[in-house]
Every structure is written in structure tokens, then in C-alpha cells.
Design a protein around this ligand. Structure first.
Ligand code: ARG
Length: 451
């Protein structure tokens, strides 16, 4: 029954290294010290541990912190190693630190404590990315570009409208991260192994000392629940998927000569001297795969785990760390790539007129002139067969007139003026006309920018 003897009995054998999380726990070394301190202070305040002993424990913890994670003795994990290091310094009284708790509530508290910090960093990265998107958008409210659907020129829009489409998505990612933060920010400490403790502990006090916004009340839920990791990781994967869209667009637009990534966000080839590759954003595109893999790994690890604690939970944690690190890095790369990219206004304007991308605007105009939209669609579709990229507005309008006569038996002028049609065929005019709320017209975009 002696602790040292039992520890010796279970401290060897070929599975020890396999079981140890000590290396991975470096991430929660500082968190564990904070948790140890808060718990020790509470134990002293409650009269569970003598104040003088608590003082010795706190001094030993300071010393352990100064020595660093690398100086810890062997142990199954950081919690056990820090306790051993405290006992090494002050003797058996160091073991009083673990009164009324278990590594199960301890580790759950450490993960949440550290994850709060990482989540706030992730949030800050998303805010910086949004600032970059808004900043560049504000310079390009009039820069016409082709908008694509199915990768085909669909309707002209502007660079500002395009960039703000992602700002809106990243803003929701920020909200989701903050939402996840609220649920991460609860203290499981005091749940002990899962079944609470007979000691007169004060869970609200340790929660307060650690800056948590309350506790996870049910002690079994508190020690074994990891849905907060799933929520965080899934939110990061959602954000990474948003980022992968921006990355893919930049890759395609750069490839078409519509935008040039700065040298800082490009690489060259080790063999082909002429190459300028969008390598950093390709890695951003791949990060969505990494993050999705972490969500999948996490859910698969947690699926079907019985209550309460199982060591599988130790293997679940690193999925969240990998996700938060890789996604936050990717967010920063996107912010930098967007902030420094050079949009080629001439190339964008030329591309915006390609593929009769103003066709919808012409159909809208005919419908505004009293024609059923479906008829207008049919006429412009017929004209689209004839219109070439090189056509002047006059030549294109003549083809629309011809199609109108064929379909309705009446000339174009029965519905709209030739002048209005020519204007609708102009990409910049086409953009300016679409001033509905949230649309690409510069004044609508200005409203969005102001908001
Ligand atoms: N290192 C473990 C983890 O990360 C905590 C230790 C709990 N171990 C145990 N056998 N109950 O989850």
C-alpha cells in the first residue's frame, strides 16, 4: 500500500515510453504550474493544507518553473513529473499538493487554460486577416474584375467586392472561435477522478484564480468531456476551409496574370530559374486538409468512449494543438499575401469583358423594359452564340437587336434604347448598375466598407 512501492511497481516495462505524454505535455507545462498554484492556494484558504506548507509548495513550483520543462524528472506525464519535482525539493509535504484532485481534472483544466490563449491568438489572426482584406478592398472599389461561376467568366464585379466576400466569411469564423472560447473557458478543476471529493474544496475559487468564467459543474462531465476540443478543432477546420478558398483563388488569378503575389509570398524553383510559384498559399490550401484530418482524428478517438476517463483522451489532445498551430499560421500567411498582392487593373479590366460576361445585365435591361425575364434570357442566349470577345459595343448591340427581332418579331428599340444596351455591355457600367444591398456597385461596396 505504500505509494513509493506502488509507483516503483508501475514505473518500468516496455510500455512506459509508449504511455508517456511528457514530451507532448511541454505545451501545458506553464498551464500545469498555474493550476498547481491555484489549487494549492485554495487548499490553504480552505484549511485543507497548512499555509506554511502551501508556501513551500508555491516556492518549489517557482523553482520548477525556472528550471523549465526540460529539467523535469521522468514521469508518465507533466502532472506526475512536476509533483515529483516538488517532492524532490521539499520532501513528502510536496505530495499534499495533490490532495482533493486527480490528474483527470488537472489535465482537463490545463488543456482549457492553454487552449484559451491559443484561441485568442487564432482570433487575433482572423481579425488581422480581415483588416488586410478590408484595407485592400478600400483601394479597389472601382477595380473591375471578372466574377466566376464554374470557373467561367460569369458577371463583372470588383476586387473590393470579391475581397469583402471573404471578409464576411472570416468574420463568421471569428465569431465561431469566440463562441468556442466561451465554452472552453470553464473550469473542470475539483472534479477529481470523476466522482468529486470529500474535502471541503472551493471549485469556484480555483476557477476564479485561473480566470475561468465559472466551472463545468458535473464532475464526471468535467473530467471526461472533450466536446470543447471537437468544437474548437471543427471551427478551425471551418476557418481553414475558408482560407483554402482564398488561396485557390489567388493561385488561379496569379496563374491568369490578374494578380501578382509579392516575392515574400512566392518561391522560385531549384531548377527552373524563370519560375515564381505561389508556394505559401498552396500550403494554406493544404492546411484545410490538415485541419480536417485533426477533426477526424479527434472524433474517431472520442467516438464510443465510455464514461469516464480513459487514456485515449491523452491521445485526443494533440489534434487540437496541431489544428490551432497550423491554421493560425495559415491565417497569418493569407493576411500577408492579401496585403502585399498587386492586382493588375488593366489585365483585370480586359478579362472582365471576356466571355460576354455582361450578358445578364443586358437581359436585366430588357426585362426592365417590360419583357418577361425568361424571354430576355432566350434572346441574350441567342446573341451570346454570335457575340465575340473582340466585338465593339456597337457590334454586340447589333447582334442583340438581331436576336430580339428573331425571338419577338420586334426590334430591340421596342424595349430599350440602343444606348442603354451599349452601356450595359460595358463591364464598369454593368458593375455600377448592380447597386442592390451587398452588391458590387462602388456605392454599395462603400456602404459595406463603412460597416
Ligand atoms: N496525461 C493524461 C492526459 O493527458 C492525464 C493522466 C490521467 N491518467 C490516468 N491514468 N488517469 O489525459
Amino acid at each position: 500500500g505504500d505509494t513509493a512501492v506502488r509507483r516503483d511497481r508501475f514505473s518500468g516495462g516496455p510500455a512506459r515510453e509508449f504511455m508517456s505524454s511528457l514530451d507532448a505535455d511541454e505545451r501545458i507545462f506553464t498551464a500545469d504550474l498555474a493550476v498547481d498554484r491555484a489549487h494549492t492556494v485554495m487548499l490553504a484558504e480552505q484549511g485543507i493544507v497548512d499555509s506554511a506548507v502551501a508556501g513551500e509548495i508555491l516556492a518549489a513550483l517557482d523553482d520548477v518553473e525556472t528550471a523549465g520543462h526540460g529539467a523535469l524528472p521522468d514521469g508518465e506525464d507533466v502532472h506526475e513529473a512536476i509533483e515529483t519535482a516538488v517532492i524532490d525539493r521539499i520532501g513528502p509535504d510536496g505530495g499534499r499538493m495533490h490532495t482533493a484532485r486527480s490528474r483527470n481534472d488537472e489535465v482537463a483544466t490545463c488543456i482549457r487554460y492553454r487552449l484559451r490563449e491559443d484561441l485568442l491568438d487564432a482570433v487575433e489572426a482572423t481579425v488581422a486577416a480581415r483588416e488586410a482584406l478590408v484595407e485592400v478592398a478600400s483601394e479597389h472599389a472601382e477595380t473591375v474584375m471578372p466574377g466566376y461561376t464554374h470557373l467561367q467568366p460569369a458577371q463583372p464585379t470588383t476586387v473590393a467586392h470579391y475581397l469583402l466576400s471573404y471578409e464576411g466569411a472570416v468574420a463568421r469564423d471569428t465569431e465561431r472561435l469566440l463562441d468556442a472560447y466561451d465554452r472552453v473557458n470553464r473550469s473542470p478543476l475539483g472534479a477529481a477522478a470523476f466522482a468529486g471529493t470529500p474535502f471541503e474544496i472551493d471549485r469556484d475559487r480555483t476557477a476564479e484564480l485561473l480566470g475561468f468564467d465559472g466551472t463545468v459543474r458535473n464532475s464526471m462531465d468535467a473530467s471526461a468531456g472533450r466536446d470543447f476540443l471537437v468544437e474548437t478543432t471543427a471551427t478551425l477546420a471551418t476557418h481553414a476551409t475558408t482560407l483554402s478558398g482564398i488561396a485557390e483563388d489567388l493561385i488561379i488569378y496569379a496563374n491568369r496574370g490578374l494578380v501578382e503575389l509579392s516575392d515574400d509570398y512566392s518561391s522560385t524553383s531549384s531548377i527552373m530559374p524563370q519560375k515564381k510559384n505561389p508556394d505559401p498559399v498552396e500550403l494554406v490550401r493544404a492546411t484545410a486538409g490538415t485541419a480536417t484530418g485533426e477533426v477526424t482524428g479527434l472524433l474517431t478517438t472520442l467516438k464510443g468512449l465510455p464514461r469516464a476517463y480513459n487514456l485515449d483522451l491523452q491521445e485526443a489532445t494533440p489534434h487540437a494543438w496541431t489544428a490551432v498551430d497550423s491554421v493560425s499560421d495559415a491565417t497569418e500567411v493569407v493576411a500577408g499575401a492579401v496585403a502585399t498582392a498587386d492586382w493588375d487593373e488593366a489585365a483585370l479590366a480586359a478579362a472582365a469583358g471576356e466571355g460576354f460576361s455582361t450578358a445578364t445585365g443586358v437581359a436585366d435591361l430588357l426585362a426592365m423594359g417590360g419583357m418577361p425575364f425568361r424571354t430576355a434570357h432566350e434572346i441574350v442566349a441567342a446573341a451570346a452564340e454570335a457575340v465575340d470577345d473582340g466585338d465593339s459595343p456597337d457590334a454586340a448591340a447589333a447582334k442583340v437587336d438581331e436576336a430580339t427581332r428573331k425571338v419577338t418579331g420586334e426590334p430591340l428599340s421596342a424595349y430599350v434604347s440602343r444606348e442603354d444596351v451599349e452601356s450595359a455591355l460595358d463591364p464598369a457600367e454593368s458593375v455600377a448598375s448592380r447597386d442592390s444591398a451587398g452588391g458590387p456597385a462602388p456605392e454599395a461596396v462603400d456602404d459595406e466598407l463603412a460597416a
